[in-house]
Design a protein around this ligand. Structure first.
Ligand SMILES: CC(C)(COP(=O)(O)OP(=O)(O)OC[C@H]1O[C@@H](n2cnc3c(N)ncnc32)[C@H](O)[C@@H]1OP(=O)(O)O)[C@@H](O)C(=O)NCCC(=O)NCCS
Length: 186
């Protein structure tokens, strides 16, 4: 692994991070969020939060994710890794970190949408135990495309399959593992 990636720091996104976040956003999506959208999401939405990963001596942001936590359901909205650092396990580590935090907050299931053609992201989510639970027709534009609705319960999350972590969480009685009960969209 590149030495830059041996020391990663996870933190919530701040207003001062916006410029760096916009760079990753624009490098990641054909229809990127605007600065206004990010600000509104982060600071005017009580159920929204973000997490960034910093690396290297200069602590540059190398990955980020925006989410909404509603009751016991976490909705991953927007995940991006800096193009220079893709395929180094950062997306995996960020999602693992998010899921750990989400469990502490009482999350029981996680959902997200992904472009039908986005094999990279689908590969990542599949490895982490997500599975398709629905389809949202013409959800995306630029280009118009269906979204696969993916979901997982805590049980599905392979990132937490290390017996120690799972056992520790179950013992704490913080979570209740149920079968996925998310209703498929039409
Ligand atoms: C999707 C994305 C977040 C993945 O981040 P990443 O840090 O490169 O992912 P990881 O290195 O943790 O890869 C984990 C797994 O995902 C899959 N994967 C990641 N990139 C892939 C690619 N280019 N092609 C095929 N599979 C890929 C692989 O299964 C990989 O495991 P492996 O390396 O053992 O084969 C990144 O490519 C990205 O930012 N893309 C643009 C924005 C985006 O599509 N976001 C998701 C929106 S739903």
């Amino acid at each position: 692994m590149d030495s830059l990636l041996t020391q990663l720091h996870f933190s919530t996104g701040e207003i001062s991070d916006l410029d760096e976040m916009m760079v990753i956003e624009h490098a990641s999506f054909s229809r990127p969020w605007t600065e206004g959208m990010m600000l509104a999401e982060l600071f005017n939405n009580p159920v929204a939060f973000s997490m960034v990963v910093r690396a290297g001596e200069d602590e540059k942001i190398v990955a980020q994710v925006f989410m909404r936590l509603m009751l016991d359901e976490l909705h991953l909205l927007n995940l991006g890794v800096h193009p220079r650092w893709r395929r180094h396990g950062l997306g995996t580590q960020l999602i693992q970190h998010v899921l750990k935090t989400a469990i502490e907050k009482g999350t029981e299931r996680v959902i997200l949408e992904v472009r039908a053609s986005n094999e990279a992201a689908q590969g990542l989510y599949q490895k982490m135990g997500f599975r398709q639970i629905g389809l949202r027709k013409n959800y995306y534009c630029k280009p118009t495309e269906n979204a696969l609705l993916l979901g997982c319960t805590l049980e599905d999350i392979q990132a937490f399959s290390e017996t120690e972590t799972k056992q520790e969480i179950e013992n704490q009685g913080k979570i209740k593992i149920n079968a996925c009960n998310i209703i498929n969209t039409p």
